[in-house]
Write a new protein. Structure first.
Lengths: 799, 330
């Protein structure tokens, strides 16, 4: 079995794992038996190797790289029309008049929609109020302009070119009103968030008495998700049934929001999202242009395809809000934290709410006797900001882990040692034990792989040629979120097995790990398993976000398979055509794709699953599984499918469940030029049990690359007069490109955490980015002696 | 996007005749024109594709010069063995520009005619004021965000930065542009580009009915010992914050500067030659200290805005580093 596992590691992964072996038990772990996996039998030859924890390639990979995977807007329908949105060009005020004459007269134009020639759309229920929507805004319902780039019109035409042309002819006259452009504007209304406040001990008093204190303000700018796949959809009505092809991280939520917009029964709405070309939080809920497509298709009686332009994606929905944190750490000379005082805020829309909870990590990471942390919102004229990879934890870790580095430098203590001296043996906020916390192992494995012990702690002490070299590290964490979900397995007499769930694979590998789960539970080869996802016709599942779906659905699929196995043993024992008829079903089991005696030494026949189904005359065997509490009824199951209300807190059950990480970075800074180049990155992660090391690595690497861009490049620039986004394209909104990305090593230090989730995994995808910006900023400080507390660390801040 | 007629020119004469007509734009690689048409900045009534014109896609090198046809793709010029060997700064300026995909499409003639990345120039919907787009309408950038705008050559009417890299190298090494119209003429690249003054819409010396047919770069010792340094935050696919094309010729003693070539990008409304630095270096020892001293005043006369002072700080350093690299000083 060891051999089988080793073969699956590509050479690079293997070398890395071996390099980290003394500290990181990644390989050793891969040999542990997961529950429900086929146990060893006497006849070793028939033993199927467990598939979970093996780095099998992405199941849909070939489809994607050959272009055969059809994304949302690649489902052309007969008679389809094309929609193009028009966005406002002032930040606030109202629309005084509209001249739609030229647009309506343009060739091919079928309809023009504005607040005057309207589409009736209802406001959806925001997620915080028990719904699924990430913004309240609905286009065309009034003349009010809330932000620059707000949808104010739409043109529907026979072709995309005609719609695009006519959209340029649609003219608006605005009565511009006073606008609050950014959160530093004194007019920005500050609204404290009691739900994001944490307080224990006497932090202010303890801070005043603290022998040492570091205190600073940390800022992050507006950042955008910019997935490669633009936001676009196709809406098609057949009678009163609506089908929407929409790139969605959550078809159940999409369906709910669409139903509310249109005031149409939810069961008549079908949302399809088999593939998503990047979402990073921006495709959790459908955004207002989808409402326009659906309502226009209804009104015009023809399918409508509507895609935002790249520029429109910067205001068609929000990215990460700009944030500021004023953070003070008090400590003893030995580096023991005595107090943390934090005041933070993020911008939000003028009439809507988005929370980028800047104290998410602050209250979790370290044992501190006194803490006071408050978070507020500042309302400005912007599209409502939304989620971008690790919302909350991301800016929170940037500030806290930079501040810890400042403290380490002040006290001349190694940054890892400082963190160990403040080790939180339990959740410091909720005062309950962790499920698992292998953060020490992450520090150790990362440090060893990186060579941290060779670091000269003195800033500016390392250089090569004209480049200063800096080594920085930071910790990270992400909670284990758990919204229950369900899955179905269908066993066919021809040997195929299907796995069904509405959960979306947003490129993370859900198709693959669910096939691996079913392969292990049934002992059926991977290639006979087909996984169907991302469709509201399939069993209910929560959003693919918050790093929860892998754990939810592997659990549900595993349970569905266990249920199928029970039915198979009953069928084998009871059906007159079964070779095992008359056997005691409790002494039968499903193993290696066969039903046979539970005890391998017991004589007696075995029968293949597919043969048994054929013999018994069954056209299929269907079994459901879910991760709901036993008491959950249909109402709760629908709510989990369509809202956030069923999401279990990481502290549910009296244990605190989180993933943990340690990031290590080497930068080279050319001080003449101010340029920072990241030369090495090592991330060590405790994500619990890793279902597929290849795919988990891909998620971690993706997060680290995204964090690199966040640290060094990404910044939404707005005009201070009118709030217009000035770099709404991929040339001027700078994300990391291949040339910026160095060799990245990832190490798994996790062990199965069955207190966290059914099959022992914890959060993976969001975790990869948490702490990366801090590690880079700490490395820049180590290289240059300059502390940059406002992201991104562009060259103008270093020259 | 406004509807337009499309035709393919079969001969140079046909292309010139088309180019003379109002509302016509010539299409080569399309990487600038199509982008600007999608934005509504360019709204030609007719697009004449010149990519089928014969004879404009060759590189010719003789003892005196490199002659590059206007339709040579950036990617092919960047890797051309003679250009790499005889004009390293030109090769580097090409392959550090844009992205691989763009370089595969874009032509040299088109590259020289690419237009500024000024966000206000590019955003037709939101900003009516742009003297470059709509002469006399004003300049939205002046009071806006000017982080990427020019510190040299700006006027009250326009401070948009020239975005090019190749043009910077060509200016540094006294290249000429061959313009074909009713007559064929050679214009020094440094004279080809016009500072905005009161007419920022007139960006170059091309007259109606004329088109760029070639670029000629004189082969010099300085060109052969040259370097293009492009400084930006991202390692690739980003416009220069500051760039410099530099060349160094040493006396026979191997230590004294005979001549220096230097032009900067990212800082001017046109590629910005720095003759003061070139002269200051002549006869000086080729040492880091001397090079830095000669470059110390490179930003003299610059007029930075509140948002782009770093360009003025960077320019002397970038200039010095480019010169040092050109002369083989690590």
């Amino acid at each position: 079995m060891k051999q089988a596992n080793d073969v699956q590691w590509d050479r690079r992964e293997l070398l890395k794992a071996l390099a980290a072996l003394p500290a990181a038990p990644a390989l050793a772990q891969a040999q542990q038996q997961p529950p429900g996996a086929a146990a060893a039998g006497a006849d070793g030859a028939a033993l199927p190797a467990p598939m979970l924890e093996v780095g099998v390639p992405r199941k849909e990979g070939v489809l994607k790289v050959t272009g055969a995977a059809r994304y949302a807007t690649e489902h052309p329908q007969k008679g389809m029309l094309f929609g193009v949105m028009v966005q406002s060009t002032v930040a606030a005020g109202s629309i005084e008049s509209v001249d739609a004459g030229d647009a309506l007269a343009a060739p091919g134009v079928v309809a023009v929609y504005t607040h005057l020639q309207g589409l009736q759309l209802r406001a959806p229920q925001p997620y915080a109020a028990g719904g699924a929507a990430t913004e309240k805004f609905v286009p065309f319902q009034d003349a009010l302009v809330r932000f620059n780039g707000q949808h104010v019109g739409a043109v529907i035409a026979q072709t995309l070119e005609q719609a695009t042309h006519a959209a340029g002819l649609l003219r608006f006259v605005y009565a511009a009103g006073p606008a609050v452009i950014g959160m530093d504007d004194p007019q920005a209304r500050q609204q404290p968030l009691p739900t994001a406040t944490a307080q224990w001990g006497d932090a202010v008093g303890a801070m005043a008495r603290a022998p040492h204190c570091v205190k600073a303000a940390y800022r992050t700018p507006r950042e955008y998700n910019v997935p490669m796949e633009l936001h676009g959809c196709i809406a098609q009505w057949q009678g009163d049934e609506l089908t929407v092809w929409e790139p969605s991280q959550w078809v159940g939520g999409a369906r709910r929001v669409i139903s509310e917009w249109l005031d149409h029964p939810i069961e008549k709405i079908h949302v399809v999202s088999p593939y998503v070309g990047g979402g990073f939080g921006s495709k959790v809920a459908p955004h207002p242009h989808v409402a326009v497509a659906c309502a226009a298709a209804r009104q015009l009686g023809r399918p409508v395809k509507l895609t935002l332009t790249r520029q429109q994606t910067f205001t068609g929905y929000g990215g990460r809000a700009a944030t500021e944190q004023q953070l003070a750490l008090g400590a003893t000379a030995e580096g023991r934290l005595t107090a943390i005082v934090q005041e933070g805020w993020n911008e939000t829309a003028i009439d809507d709410i988005n929370v980028e909870k800047c104290n998410a990590v602050t209250t979790t990471m370290y044992a501190v006797p006194h803490l006071s942390s408050r978070h507020s919102l500042r309302a400005v004229h912007t599209v409502n900001p939304s989620w971008l990879r690790a919302p909350g934890e991301n800016p929170s870790a940037f500030a806290l882990e930079t501040a810890m580095d400042e403290l380490a430098h002040r006290l001349q203590i190694d940054p890892i040692e400082l963190r160990l001296r403040n080790w939180a043996g339990q959740d410091p906020h909720h005062r309950i034990p962790w499920t698992t916390r292998r953060l020490r192992e992450a520090y150790a494995a990362g440090a060893q792989a990186f060579g941290w012990s060779h670091r000269n702690p003195q800033p500016r002490s390392m250089h090569q040629g004209r480049e200063l070299i800096g080594w920085g590290m930071a910790g990270g964490t992400y909670p284990v979120r758990r919204t229950p979900g369900e899955a179905r397995v269908v066993l066919w007499p021809d040997g195929r097995v299907e796995v069904h769930s509405s959960g979306a694979d947003i490129g993370t590998g859900t198709y693959t790990i669910l096939a691996q789960t079913a392969a292990d539970a049934l002992g059926v080869p991977l290639e006979r398993i087909q996984v169907l996802l991302g469709d509201t016709a399939l069993p209910r599942a929560p959003l693919a976000g918050g790093s929860q779906l892998a754990n939810v659905l592997t659990g549900a699929v595993h349970k569905a398979c266990m249920r199928a196995c029970e039915e198979l043993t009953l069928l084998a024992a009871r059906h007159p055509a079964s070779p095992l008829r008359g056997a005691d079903p409790s002494r039968l089991r499903v193993h290696a794709g066969m039903v046979g005696p539970a005890d391998a030494n017991t004589p007696g026949g075995r029968v293949r699953i597919d043969s048994l189904l054929s013999l018994a005359g069954r056209d299929r065997l269907v079994a459901m599984g879910d991760t709901f509490p036993a008491a959950a009824g249909e109402k709760e199951k629908d709510a989990a499918d369509q809202t956030f209300t069923q999401m279990q807190l990481p502290t549910a059950g009296g244990l605190s469940a989180h993933s943990w990480s340690a990031q290590f970075v080497e930068v080279r800074v050319d001080e003449d030029l101010g340029t920072v180049r990241v030369r090495r990155m090592v991330g060590a992660f405790d994500s619990g049990r890793v279902y597929n090391p290849r795919l988990a690595r891909s998620q971690w690497v993706g997060g680290m690359v995204m964090g690199l861009g966040q640290a060094l490049f990404e910044e939404g620039l707005t005009d201070p007069r009118d709030g217009r986004v000035l770099n709404a394209n991929l040339a001027d909104y700078v994300v990391a490109v291949n040339a910026d990305v160095p060799e990245i090593m990832t190490i798994s230090v996790g062990q199965p955490d069955y207190a966290a989730t059914v099959l022992g995994g914890k959060a993976v995808g969001e975790l990869g980015i948490v702490g990366v910006a801090a590690a880079i900023s700490n490395a820049v400080f180590h290289a240059t002696g300059k502390r940059v507390r406002e992201l991104p660390i562009t060259l103008d801040k270093l020259v | 996007m406004k509807p337009f007629a499309y035709m393919r020119a079969q001969s140079l004469e046909e292309a010139m005749a088309s180019a003379a007509e109002p509302g016509t734009r010539l299409l080569a690689g399309g990487t600038t024109l199509v982008d600007l048409m999608k934005l509504g900045v360019e709204q030609p009534a007719r697009v004449v594709d010149m990519t089928a014109l014969p004879g404009l896609d060759t590189v010719h090198v003789d003892g005196q010069r490199i002659r590059l046809g206007a339709l040579v793709r950036m990617a092919s010029a960047a890797v051309h063995v003679d250009i790499v060997r005889l004009a390293p700064a030109v090769s580097q300026s090409l392959w550090r520009a844009a992205s691989a995909q763009l370089r595969n499409m874009a032509t040299l003639g088109g590259n020289l005619l690419q237009r500024t990345r000024c966000a206000y120039f590019r955003d037709v919907q939101a900003y009516a004021e742009c003297n470059k787009r709509a002469p006399g309408s004003g300049c939205a950038a002046r009071q806006g965000i000017t982080r990427n705008h020019a510190i040299f050559g700006a006027s009250a009417s326009c401070l948009a930065t020239h975005p090019g890299d190749l043009a910077v190298a060509l200016v540094a090494f006294d290249a000429r542009i061959e313009i074909t119209g009713r007559e064929r003429r050679l214009v020094a690249v440094r004279d080809f580009f016009r500072i905005p003054g009161d007419t920022p819409q007139a960006e170059n010396q091309l007259r109606p009915g004329e088109l760029i047919t070639a670029v000629e770069i004189p082969l010099t010792a300085g060109l052969q010992r040259s370097h293009y340094l492009k400084v930006r935050d991202r390692s690739s696919y980003e416009f220069a914050v500051v760039s410099a094309a530099a060349g160094i010729v040493l006396e026979e003693d191997g230590r004294t500067v005979r001549t220096a070539h230097l032009a900067a990008g990212g800082v001017g409304t046109v590629p910005w030659r720095l003759p003061g630095v070139e002269q200051a270096l002549m006869g000086r020892p080729f040492t880091e200290a001397a090079v830095r001293a000669a470059c110390a005043d490179a930003s003299a006369g610059a007029e930075p805005t509140a948002h782009n002072r770093h360009k003025a700080v960077l320019l002397p350093r970038v200039a010095a580093r480019a010169l040092m690299a050109a002369g083989g000083m690590a």
